[in-house]
Design a protein around this ligand. Sequence first.
Ligand code: PEP
Ligand code: MG
Length: 325
Amino acid sequence: RRAEFAAIRSMPPITKDGVRTTLMVNAGLAEDAGALDATGADGIGLFRTEFQFLVSAALPGRDAQYRLYRQVLDAAGDRPVVFRTVDIGGDKALPYLNDVVDEAENPAMGWRALRLSLERSALMKAQARALIEAAEGRTLRVMFPMISEPWEYEEARALFEQQVEWVRARRPGPARIEYGAMLEVPSLAEMLDILLPRINFLSIGTNDLTQFLFAADRADPRLAMRYDWLSPAILRFLRRVAREASAAGVTVRVCGEMGGRPLEAMALVGIGITNFSITPAAIGPVKAMIRSLDAQAIGNKMEALLAKPPRDMRKTLTDWAKRHA
Ligand code: PEP
Ligand code: MG
């Protein structure tokens, strides 16, 4: 099917009934930006800035960060890049930050990501400066990981805005800044009415979200069969979030691995989620699925299935996909 994916490389990910979806890639290294041209993706929907920290022998300085961000933005050209501030700590231990070594019993639920960044504000400030300066004259898109409550977002954003002011007092700074929140801790879903008016976009990290929703370690293979991304609980949860965000006029994107699987992506389109950021290798298969899909039909199907969920959602959707897509 490689030839088939190559043939649609430059075609838009649009459904048969005309719904334009966006397919972006997840990335983390400067080289990954090459995936944009290789796949024909719409942009980088998740740039995992912690990769640079993880592959460095010492804490990357502001200049090194600036150079990386600049390189990625240059490579992306007109296509958007969404930078996620560092998600380190927990199991992503850094030897040079010696108190960020994994000693927690539950590292995934531990002192990581924004929790760490807000307390280590020097680290966050340096990153903010590097991003703001790298995006000079362009749109800077930045999002914060592992937000449990809106105040964490507000603190992170305030810290960023201080740095923006500092930079703009001296240089032009970015032409525009869009702030986003990652929804990967279920508690945040209860606070969307407070959060949504304050953000430009919402990015759902389904890897972490599902492990927390199901209390099932995403890294433990013994649990892999115990829950399913197509389970009605996950799909209902995501549908609720998508509806609230859409009513507030806020763009929602799924950036977890779930969106990179054609059947899962089909179900997501059916619950109203049309923006994806996925692993580059998944762009072809997901685009092929989308181009063969009737969004209205899968929308109706998902409504019916989620109202009265079948025992085996995966099988039901697989059968439907064979007949329709
Ligand atoms: C996620 O949790 O779904 C996500 C995109 O972030 P990461 O996989 O880097 O934790
Ligand atoms: Mg995550």
